[in-house]
Design a protein around this ligand. Structure first.
Ligand SMILES: [Zn+2]
Length: 429
């Protein structure tokens, strides 16, 4: 399959914005240049669109197996493609959990059969994510695990976490941590702050997260392991990661679009579309996350795409499950609220969704250059449109961002040299 993208706007590191053509052959970017007249199976006029490397999201819940009512590998990766993502890493809090070679083999087969974009499967740290015994790390690595995580729950005991980190370090794999100290959760459904107080709800205190990160960076230092913090959400967590980096500890961290865009003051009422874990924190936390992103304490952005059914989310703030969808709203929201407002440059935002996560985990993706994998998204940076959950390809319509006007919409996504999603075939063909 040969594809030719004509007249796209490209960011050139030395010369700035340029109009060029991109020729794709056998899943690879074969040539980038001006007015390429090469024979292709399909030529696409990208006039007016900005071309970026396909985005990478290392924190996605595809829900399969066991949660197919919420999402499947097929619908989740179609949502990814529509959001401009060409690589996603799938979290293991499924039923069953990918904690054995058999389960991981099954998952890889489903991915090969049904995924629209590249999926990197996580293996769990502990059997059934119960926090009692480690999975067979060697076997899981051999079966293609991307890294180890018990996302959804924290690993409660330091001894088990240290053992996991030592094993991971031996295998040159990363430990990816959902940081939550069970004894501090307080049966909370939102952040312990002004919103919980006003509404008489139990709150999850900031220290529930930060205390785990503080523990873990010291364990990671002892184990010399690459330790990655999922969805960092508090100002104290940012400070701990910043200090750990200064001390030379191998720690990386991600932040979600919703924690960058919202805080507890923005929750309009008891609407479970604002319920996620970690919860929306205070204004000072939101500001610290943005500061941490700008100074490099936080390495990249990941969505924590967490689809649920409408029935589940209708159960209200206390009973509904945690999580919101993210794949189809991430770039437009961040472009509109960070690039257009001058907080990040377009290049910085693209890097935070591409080369930064790739570098943190040594992945060969996230570059738009000759010889690289042909993972490309074309973006319309001009048209303003409101976010409409009914248009999502994800089964999950649970988002607090419905109705938000945004620019920066993907119009065409190429994953590994194939068109994975396109907005209007007729307009682009
Ligand atoms: Zn998590």
């Amino acid at each position: 399959m040969k594809l030719l993208l004509k007249n796209v706007r490209l960011q050139d590191k030395s010369t700035g914005l340029e109009i060029k053509d991109i020729f794709i052959e056998n899943g690879t970017i074969a040539k980038i240049g001006r007015e390429l007249n090469l024979e292709a199976d399909r030529t696409i006029d990208g006039d007016g669109y900005f071309a970026a490397p396909g985005f990478i999201d290392l924190h996605v819940h595809l829900r399969e197996p066991g949660g197919e009512k919420k999402e499947t590998i097929e619908t989740g990766t179609l949502a990814a493609a529509k959001g401009g993502f060409t690589t996603v890493a799938a979290m293991p809090n499924t039923r069953p959990v990918p904690d054995s070679k058999e389960q991981l083999d099954w998952l890889q087969e489903r991915i090969a059969k049904t995924a629209a974009v590249r999926v990197l499967p996580y293996a769990s740290i502990t059997v059934r994510e119960l926090g009692r015994e480690l999975t067979n790390f060697e076997e899981m690595k051999e079966a293609g695990a991307f890294a180890f995580t018990d996302d959804g729950v924290g690993v409660q005991t330091a001894a088990l976490m240290l053992e996991a980190m030592k094993k991971a370090a031996e295998l040159d794999m990363a430990i990816v941590a959902h940081c939550e100290e069970d004894s501090l959760i307080n049966k909370g459904c939102v952040h312990e702050g002004s919103f919980s107080k006003v509404n008489g709800l139990n709150g999850i205190p900031s220290v529930c997260e930060s205390v785990h990160i503080a523990r873990d960076v010291l364990l990671a230092e002892a184990a010399n392991c690459h330790y990655h913090v999922c969805h960092i959400s508090t100002k104290e967590s940012v400070r701990v990661v910043r200090d750990a980096k200064r001390a030379g500890i191998r720690v990386t961290a991600e932040v979600t679009p919703h924690h960058l865009l919202l805080c507890e003051d923005d929750i309009p009422g008891l609407d479970a579309n604002y319920k996620m874990n970690p919860p929306l924190r205070g204004k000072a936390d939101q500001e610290a996350l943005i500061e941490g992103l700008l100074d490099g304490t936080i390495d990249f952005i990941a969505t924590d795409h967490a689809p649920h059914t409408a029935e589940e989310k209708a159960e209200g703030m206390q009973l509904a499950p945690f999580g919101i969808t993210g794949l189809e709203t991430a770039f437009p929201l961040l472009y509109t609220h960070f690039v257009e407002k001058g907080i990040l440059s377009l290049q910085q935002l693209v890097d935070l969704l591409t080369i930064k996560p790739a570098e943190a985990f040594g992945l060969p993706f996230g570059k738009l250059e000759e010889g690289a994998a042909a993972d490309i998204v074309l973006l319309d940076l001009e048209t303003q449109r409101e976010i409409n959950p009914l248009e999502f390809l994800s089964k999950g319509k649970n988002t607090p961002f419905a109705g938000w006007p945004c620019k920066g919409w993907p119009v065409l996504t190429i994953a590994a040299g194939k068109v994975a999603w396109e907005e209007k075939a007729d307009v682009l063909a």
